[in-house]
Design a protein around this ligand. Structure first.
Ligand SMILES: C[S@@+](CC[C@H](N)C(=O)[O-])C[C@H]1O[C@@H](n2cnc3c(N)ncnc32)[C@H](O)[C@@H]1O
Length: 278
């Protein structure tokens, strides 16, 4: 079957698909991203035996299951353990000791707010476990959320292999040894690590329906996919789930400087909640 993917696709259909990306994820994709979007959807059309994108739109608009698959396909889920070394140095040398000293007896509440396959959440858990070895009264809880249900399955299973395990072996070989069990090529996060992290789906364009106020939120390498007004909406939603003076960490290429938010700049990539929740 000759797929429409091989011939020119009607610009109105392209625009409708971009609109669905925005409606379901908030991701702002410009027209120049058509090749990317097409590349991500092509196999799905083949799997559904559809020959054109108009028919795919009809399926998408009539099926919640298909919306879930669409979200899995259109999101970019790249991540790694201990991504951006200076974040982890800050957490280890700055944030954790200061927070622990200021909150004796409390449990640190952490949210990895675009967790993808879970490497960020498990990096946090490893760091917290190491900190707990030095401070046995330290307690913590980590929530990992993402809009894409598919990647969260990897997080829940805690199974990793390939490039991301090679990366962990390179930067923290002792942690790989201590917190993962390797069988053949597959490394599984220890039960202790998995017990420390909960994963669930959540769209950042909505408020998190959870009474917990987080002391530390990692919202990293996800704002870049939204336009400015989307970034402000998402940041305010996230801020509403943070305790006063809680810390927000963003990704290397992200900055809140030009946005209207309730956060105050601390250092590059590091912000503080500057306002009480409303
Ligand atoms: C590039 S990954 C970043 C992973 C990790 N935070 C890191 O920095 O390595 C971006 C993640 O954001 C998620 N995402 C995109 N739009 C979202 C939304 N509206 N709500 C929640 N998560 C979203 C994607 O599914 C993807 O897993």
């Amino acid at each position: 079957m000759m797929l429409e993917t091989e011939v020119t696709v009607d610009p109105a259909i392209q625009a409708a698909l971009f609109a669905r990306v925005r409606r379901h994820t908030g991701i702002a994709m410009a027209e120049r991203k058509w090749t990317l979007l097409q590349g991500r959807l092509r196999r799905r059309l083949q799997a559904l035996s559809l020959s054109n994108y108009g028919d795919y739109l009809a399926v998408l608009d009539s099926s919640n299951d298909e919306v879930g698959r669409f979200i899995d396909l259109v999101t970019t889920n790249e991540t790694s353990f201990f991504r951006t070394p200076r974040i982890w140095d800050y957490l280890w040398h700055g944030f954790l000791p200061a927070w622990h000293a200021a909150h004796p007896g409390d449990a640190l509440q952490i949210w990895s707010a675009a967790a993808s396959t879970g490497e960020e959440a498990y990096s946090l858990a490893m760091l917290c476990e190491e900190f707990r070895e030095k401070h046995p009264d330290f307690r913590y809880r980590i929530l990992g959320t993402d809009i894409a249900a598919g990647v969260l399955e990897t997080g829940r299973a805690g199974h990793y292999l390939g490039r991301n395990i090679d990366g962990l072996r390179k930067v923290r070989p002792a942690m790989l040894e201590k917190y993962f069990l390797g069988v053949d090529e597959v490394y599984t996060a220890s039960p202790m690590l998995r017990a420390a992290v909960n994963f669930r789906t959540h769209n950042l364009y909505q408020r998190l329906e959870e009474p917990t106020r987080f002391d530390l939120v990692l919202l990293r390498n996800v704002l870049i996919y939204f336009d400015e007004s989307g970034q402000e909406t998402v940041l305010e939603n996230v801020r509403q789930s943070m305790s006063p003076r809680a810390v927000l960490l963003v990704g290397e290429s992200e900055s809140l400087n030009r946005l209207r938010t309730g956060f105050a700049y601390q250092q590059p990539l590091i912000y503080r909640n500057d306002r009480p929740p409303v």
